[in-house]
Each structure stands twice: as structure tokens, then as C-alpha cells.
Ligand binder design. Structure first.
Ligand code: GRF
Length: 200
């Protein structure tokens, strides 16, 4: 078994996709055992609690200093025994302590086809607003490993989604989540966990 911690900030639909995949036996050796949010109001926490999964909140209000936040998050993850970390709609910062503790073991889901529409400022609806403003006909999602640079780590999976006439950022976001994010994140978690098992 590979113990996975999931970091969240919002509604938790990507966490829900992981939980549903786990129930269907589609996460391979990965087992979600911990959910940490940087926002205490995140509905994702309710989703975790409904599945009996241990949760924690570490917000910027509680710890405004980035380096101290990074150290505290790292301590939470290691005390819990997390072996891999999944950023599922997480809008916090993963600092050098966490990166050093989990080299090649942190996954993120980005709601665009990296290297397009990624990097600083491209998160949530901002991504889909930029896709529509550029007039793209195709967009999608990317599951990638997290490194020090924003959205620069090795890509594990991508899935394309059509942009349709009349799409609003909200409509497009929903389609990208349903048709891409919720499909490829569980597969990427399974891939990474299987690779970790093989190299144990
Ligand atoms: C969404 O914008 C999603 O595209 C991105 O994070 C945001 C919230 O996701 N990955 P979630 O519903 O909290 O998983």
C-alpha cells in the first residue's frame, strides 16, 4: 500500500473523483489516508470526513510565514506517514521542505494542456477565461509531478477537451473537470503509486 495525502482548498471535486476511483478499486496500491486543506471552509473537508478520512487544516491565517508554513505542512505529512502527496485543487504553496521530503512524489492537476495557460496567475477560472479569450478550439487538463517551478514538472497524463461555441468560463471549467481532470488524476495517482511499489 502507498499512503497518499491529498491537499485541497476548495470544493473537492477532484478529491471526490479520487475517493470514487478508490472505491472502485481503480487507484492501484494508492490509499488516500489524509486530507489537508489550507482553508477551513473548504467543502473538500466534508467530502473527506464523509469517507472517514483524517483531515487537518493549515491556513495562511494560522501560519502567514511561508517557510514556517512549509515546515509545518511537511511535519504534518511526515507525522501522518504520507508517502505521496496529491494537490487536488490546492491553491497553497508547496515549499522546498515538502519538495525535498517528497522528490518525484507530488502530483498536481492543472486545468489546461501544459505548457499552455499555466504558471503564475493561471488557476481556477482564470485559466478558462484565458483559453476563451485566445479563441482556442481545444483545451484540457494535465497531471504532472510538482517541482520548484510553477506547473513545470514532468507531465504524466493529459486529456484534451473541445471548446464549444457559447462556452462561458464556468461551462468550460465544468467540462474540463468532468471530461479531463476527474479522469486523469486517478489514473496518474495509480501510475505513480505502482511505480513506487515497484521501486520499493
Ligand atoms: C478547479 O478550478 C480545478 O480545475 C482545479 O482546482 C479547482 C477546484 O477543484 N484543479 P476542486 O473541485 O476543489 O477539486
Amino acid at each position: 500500500m502507498v499512503k497518499a495525502a491529498v491537499l485541497v482548498s476548495g470544493g473537492g471535486t477532484n478529491l471526490q473523483a479520487l475517493l470514487d476511483a478508490q472505491e472502485r478499486g481503480e487507484l492501484g496500491p494508492a490509499h488516500i489516508t489524509y486530507v489537508v486543506s489550507n482553508r477551513k471552509a473548504a467543502y473538500a473537508l466534508e467530502r473527506a470526513r464523509a469517507h472517514g478520512i483524517e483531515t487537518a487544516v493549515l491556513s495562511k491565517v494560522m501560519q502567514p510565514d511561508l517557510a514556517a508554513y512549509d515546515a509545518q505542512l511537511c511535519a504534518l505529512l511526515q507525522e501522518h506517514g504520507a508517502q505521496m502527496v496529491v494537490l487536488a485543487g490546492f491553491l497553497g504553496i508547496v515549499g522546498e521542505r515538502v519538495l525535498a521530503a517528497y522528490p518525484g512524489r507530488i502530483l498536481n492537476i492543472h486545468p489546461a494542456l501544459i505548457p499552455s495557460f499555466c504558471g503564475k496567475g493561471f488557476y481556477g477560472l482564470h485559466v478558462h477565461e484565458a483559453v476563451l479569450a485566445r479563441g482556442c478550439k481545444v483545451t484540457g487538463a494535465t497531471a504532472h509531478l510538482v517541482t520548484a517551478g510553477v506547473d513545470e514538472g514532468p507531465i504524466l497524463l493529459q486529456k484534451a477537451v473541445d471548446v464549444l461555441d457559447g462556452d462561458t468560463p464556468e461551462i468550460l471549467q465544468r467540462r474540463v473537470m468532468e471530461q479531463a481532470e476527474w479522469q486523469i488524476l486517478p489514473r496518474a495517482v495509480k501510475m505513480l503509486a505502482e511505480e513506487m511499489e515497484q521501486t520499493k
